[in-house]
Write a protein that binds this ligand. Sequence first.
Ligand SMILES: C[S@@+](CC[C@H](N)C(=O)[O-])C[C@H]1O[C@@H](n2cnc3c(N)ncnc32)[C@H](O)[C@@H]1O
Length: 313
Amino acid sequence: MPDSPPVGRIVRGDVLEVLPAWPEGCVDLVFADPPFNIRYQYDKYRDDLPPHEYLAWTEKWVDACLRVLAPAGTFWIAIGDEYAAEIRVLMRRRAALRNWVIWRYTFGQCCKGKFNRAHAHLFYFVKDRRHFTFNADAARVPSDRQLKYADLRANPKGKLPDDVWTYSRVCGTFKERVGWHPCQMPVAILRRIITACSKPKDLVLDPFAGSGTTLVAAAQLGRRWVGVELSEQYAAQAEQRADRADQEPVSVVNEPPAGAEPCVGDEPPVPAAGRRRRTRRAAGREGPGLFQSRDRQGAEPLPFTDTGPGGAL
Ligand SMILES: C[S@@+](CC[C@H](N)C(=O)[O-])C[C@H]1O[C@@H](n2cnc3c(N)ncnc32)[C@H](O)[C@@H]1O
């Protein structure tokens, strides 16, 4: 008899060992943000597998997630440029793609000899292309017709967001930043996904729980949640964070409504003249919080204000 997933817990362990013990079809929504294989520094996992090994591993965890996903379930995968194409091909035989969302982030990489990278990929798959949850009205945002043109033909309920989502990364100075995990995603992104793609009380799984972002968003939105995380330290802290989801600082990193000017939230911009130059040594002392990110660089602080729950006005 397979174990039931421990709802409201983060299981400490390897996703490939944990998920096979659960019954088939027991979760409604999976959000997976795996290590990107870009030599990122986690406390336990080494993020530098040879590409063929990384892809073989990816195939295994994808199949483990699909096995526990309900027939009408939804599967989101976050990934960087390095392996986005391979994941798209890998999934072709396994699930139906609904959207290939680009997360366009501020606080992106500052390159010296090529264009700055300022995006990651968010794949939105469903197991069954005809049966799935999509709460269109809950996901709507104000349209340009409403905000810019006062167009009487505008749908008063707003429009569905485009497939390019602008959210700042969670930088070291943001209240939302936990400080003990190197690549925390913004809760606002997860709120949008969970709001649109699940129902209250559905079970949301994050197989790479990290700092617990998915689980915080799920708890805030009245969904049940369960996570898996290799690092005992991350798992313990993320579980505490999810248990206190109602006290999570409201972030400033949400998307501005269409047509609205970006404005600064809890981190006032430093006037250019008064900006202190950070030395390499100072950056090191501050630890991974401020400028370390997946692309290891920070940029100018211009976070956006929150538009409300999940950006869904
Ligand atoms: C990209 S991070 C997830 C970040 C998360 N989305 C957040 O917002 O905090 C990937 C996480 O997967 C964990 N991990 C790596 N290999 C794993 C495995 N085999 N099973 C479970 N977790 C693993 C790492 O420790 C890391 O915390």
